[in-house]
Design a protein around this ligand. Structure first.
Ligand code: PLP
Length: 421
């Protein structure tokens, strides 16, 4: 496999190609193929970008038809037929059935773009600078979003420029299972000398993806919403990784029955791996003035097309989300079994997650790396997350076939045994 030019020319900043040092050529649903024709099962799925698999044929056809018709590809933020169709589909299939009413802001296409836009709007709308965010949260690496991201590796990579405008509070479970971390938040809000500037918004992931598949309790989320309402603080749910069906509902906050003021989506939003993000905004909060927040790539028409096709194919009824929940239980059962086996080897391990966003915490990054490296040798692409990379994380496509899911789990189980024996 010819990798010299890739190693020589691509910046040292590259990451995934270090864990998976092959040249990939093709992919379909949950299978990747490298240049030597070797196949891998994909439990990484673009870090949650390929919820509907690679090159999903149902979505691909909509894209091919659109390109063949000379539909607008780039249009700044022009009104286009593709944008109209996306908004109609989003409203009819996602928002209305869930009793949600949002306006839609199309920022640049990445997750961090959406988070930047969301926290900026919260500040503009509330006239306050502070954003409360949580330990182990990950919201992106541009300066505004980075300020709300916990991981020191990213925070230290600013060349000394301090990050500003965010305060970290303990996420659910951070202080042990018997402490409700929101007691601290509530106390601070009620204490004029507590040192917490009253925030414009709270920014939260309902399941922390990069932070180690930390799952917040549904009651904790409900209480968080209540605190926000009581103190006139906006609730922003960052659903960039946990949204688009990953936890078994389109929006991850549906499980808790909370209604955020602002929602960010990106990653799997286009359904096809095309760059695309939107920020959903409670209508009365849409305080933007025309052009006050801009960018060249605001709403990508190819992504509007694939995103609308995705919603039509997968979200016209609840059969897809029920299937995701079923597969989630399959993964949970197997992960519990694997974690128990690891425990028998004298290494504390546990399983956690929601829907098909699941992980096995093996306690330290070295062990997790050994497992994922062995898995890759055995034909499974899977990554780790958590502060020390201690959680082996399954983000397989939600559309994975049962055969591939079971084969991937078998590979993982065998790899754990090989790596730890
Ligand atoms: N927010 C969450 C919850 C994420 O998981 C990520 C990326 O993993 C981001 C924001 C940043 O997205 P991007 O890498 O597209 O900037």
């Amino acid at each position: 496999m010819q990798t010299q030019i890739l190693e020589r020319m691509e910046s040292e900043v590259r990451t995934y190609s270090r864990s998976f040092p092959v040249v990939f050529t093709k992919a379909l649903n949950a299978r990747l193929t490298d240049e030597d024709g070797r196949e891998y099962i994909d439990f990484l799925a673009g870090a949650g970008t390929l919820n509907y698999g690679h090159n999903n044929p149902k979505i691909k056809q909509a894209l091919l038809d659109y390109l063949a018709s000379d539909g607008i590809v780039h249009g700044l933020d022009f009104w286009t037929a593709a944008k109209r169709d996306y908004l109609e589909t989003l409203e009819e299939l996602i928002l209305k059935p869930r009793g949600l009413e949002y306006k839609v802001h199309f920022p640049g296409p990445t997750g961090t773009n959406a988070v930047e836009a969301a926290i900026r709007l919260a500040r503009v709308a509330k006239g306050r600078h502070n954003i409360v965010t949580f330990t182990n949260g990950f919201h992106g690496v541009t300066m505004g979003a980075l300020a709300t991201t916990g991981n020191r590796k990213f925070r230290e990579a600013t060349g000394g420029i301090p990050t500003q405008g965010a305060a970290f509070l303990p996420y659910d479970g951070y202080l042990g299972e018997h402490t409700d971390t929101l007691d601290y938040f509530e106390k601070l809000l009620g204490d004029k000398s507590g040192g917490l500037d009253v925030p414009a918004a709270v920014l939260v992931e309902t399941v922390q993806g990069e932070g180690g598949i930390n799952v917040s309790g549904l009651e904790w989320l409900q209480r968080l919403e209540g605190i926000c309402r009581a103190h006139d603080i906006l609730l922003i749910v960052d659903d960039i990784q946990a949204g688009c069906g990953r936890t078994g509902k389109f929006f991850s906050f549906e499980h808790a029955g909370v209604t955020p003021d602002i929602v960010t989506n990106s990653k799997s939003l286009s359904g096809y791996g095309l760059p695309f993000a939107h920020v959903l905004i409670r209508p009365e909060l849409d305080k933007w003035k025309p052009g006050q927040y801009n960018g060249t790539f605001r709403g990508f028409n190819l992504a509007f097309t694939t995103a609308a096709a995705t919603l039509r194919h997968y979200w016209s009824d609840d059969s897809f989300e029920r299937d995701v929940q079923r597969k989630g239980r399959v993964v949970a059962d197997r992960f519990q079994k694997i974690a128990a086996w690891i425990g028998e080897q004298g290494i504390e391990a546990s399983e956690r997650g929601r829907g098909l966003m699941r992980g096995i915490d093996v306690g330290n990054g070295e062990i997790a790396d050994k497992i994922t490296a062995k898995a890759f040798e055995n034909g499974l692409v899977i990554e780790t997350s958590g502060q020390d990379g201690e959680v082996v994380k399954c983000l397989c496509p939600l559309t994975i076939t049962d055969e591939d899911l079971l084969e991937g789990l078998d590979i993982l189980e065998a790899s754990v045994k090989q790596a730890l024996r």
